[in-house]
Design a protein around this ligand. Structure first.
Ligand code: HEM
Length: 392
């Protein structure tokens, strides 16, 4: 099935996600051929169950050819493939992930809850003291790394440098690879000075895994740090910005949250479903296969459009409505299968903390001027979210 829309046209995303287009596509079928104006081709999976199938079937759908669509050529080799968790298939993926998993268990990250509340509270207090400002740059961008810096092994004085490098690494207009290069150089230097005591921070944990018998090259360690640190600092902001915008657009839902009529935990997952910060993830078929009756050839790119899957009426009741107490909520915003987001528990700790701080204050926020979107198929995020302080 092929619809004429080009999902890689950035202007489609200039005012957020093109949900009307995805609904039309879902109604026509779960799998569509896409040929971008820029030349790259892929199979667009827009339905939830087929999306889940792709994410779980790593034997057929490899991650080693990249996990984000590229406008020119999805089949080109990918730097870092096979050496960092997100770009590696089992069995090596299992080793890389096991080396760091203990740092990100629900139990390990729950300890960051108090710090997350403190950082969120202080950033919001600054915004309120100024009568408002740009929530995206003043709060959402700074918040995640400020909370995670210590466990990632980044001293406070280096946080601005890493924040800038990770921001550049995901900004296509700024030649992302230079940002990645700076993050990796930073961790390569840190590698020379760390002691390798388990549980201290990211690089210590990786070195302890190596000391414990897991063969890990310096390159794998540095690339794994890059994978985790970029994800840790550059994704949560989109969920937080999109989450606040959703609450501003749905005052009754926000009021219910403020009054404790809906739980913060379910609200976080509904805001994740709603915003879907990772708009899609890509895989490449390693052999000919079939998806919902469509033949996929070896070497072809398949993208799971998470933002679309999250609104599939076959799975979600009232999918186009924000239902903060939705439960169960099997959204795909944090992926699925073996590459399921390593930071999932951390995301929930961070978002809960910010939501509580936003919802318990005796003042509230209102939009001061229209938000500005990133206008890309790669992430659903806001560049700017101007807000002003208003009575609660
Ligand atoms: C709201 C924020 C976040 C969203 C929406 C998000 C989304 C995702 C998604 C969709 C994947 C799957 C990628 C794939 O299947 O190819 C993923 C993987 C990953 N995420 Fe997150 N993520 C978030 C925050 C974080 C944080 C805070 C961390 C910090 C530890 C993190 C670390 C990772 C890593 C390392 C992977 C690769 C895991 C693997 O390949 O085994 N993410 N994330």
């Amino acid at each position: 099935m092929s619809l004429t829309v080009d999902l890689l046209d950035p202007t489609l995303y200039s005012e957020g996600n093109p949900h009307e287009i995805w609904r039309t596509m879902r109604e026509a079928g779960p799998v569509h051929r896409q040929v971008a104006g820029t030349g790259s081709e892929h199979w667009a999976v827009v339905g939830h169950s087929v999306g889940k199938e792709v994410l779980h079937d790593w034997k057929v759908f490899t991650s080693t050819r990249g996990v984000l669509l590229r406008p020119d050529d999805n089949a080109a080799p990918y730097p870092g493939a096979g050496k960092m968790p997100v770009l590696t298939d089992p069995p090596r993926h299992t080793d890389l992930r096991r080396a760091v998993a203990q740092m990100f268990t629900p139990r390990a990250v729950e300890k960051l809850g108090a710090l997350a509340r403190e950082v969120a509270g202080s950033l919001l207090a600054g915004l309120r003291a100024r009568g408002g400002g740009d929530f995206a740059t003043d709060v959402a961008m700074r918040f995640p790394l400020a909370v995670q810096a210590q466990i990632l092994g980044i001293p406070a004085e280096d946080v601005p440098l890493i924040l800038d490098a990770t921001r550049r690494s995901v900004d296509e207009s700024e030649h992302g690879s230079f940002g990645h290069h700076d993050v990796m150089t930073y961790f390569l230097q840190a590698l020379g000075t760390e002691r390798g005591e388990a549980g201290q921070n990211l690089i210590d944990t990786l070195l302890a895994a190596r000391a414990g018998g897991l063969s890990l090259s310096d390159e794998e360690i540095v690339l794994t740090c890059d994978n985790i640190v970029v994800a840790a600092s550059q994704t949560v902001q989109h969920a937080v910005n999109g989450g606040l915008l959703a609450l501003l657009d749905h005052p009754a839902a926000w009021q219910a949250l403020r009054e404790g009529r809906v739980g913060v935990g379910t609200a976080v997952d509904e805001l994740l479903r709603w915003t879907a910060p990772a708009t899609h993830v890509m895989r490449t078929a390693v052999r000919d296969t079939e998806l919902a009756g469509t033949t996929i050839r070896a070497g072809e790119a398949v993208a799971v459009w998470i933002s679309s899957a999250n609104r599939d009426a076959a799975v979600f009741d009232r999918p186009e409505e924000l239902v903060l107490d939705r439960s169960p909520n099997p959204h795909l915003s944090l992926g699925g299968g073996m590459h399921f987001c390593l930071g999932a528990a951390l995301v929930r700790v961070l978002m809960r903390a910010l939501l509580v701080e936003l919802s318990t204050a005796d003042t509230s926020l209102a939009l001061a001027s229209p938000p500005v979107w990133h206008s890309t198929w790669a992430v659903n995020g806001l560049r700017s979210l101007p807000v002003e302080v208003v009575p609660a």
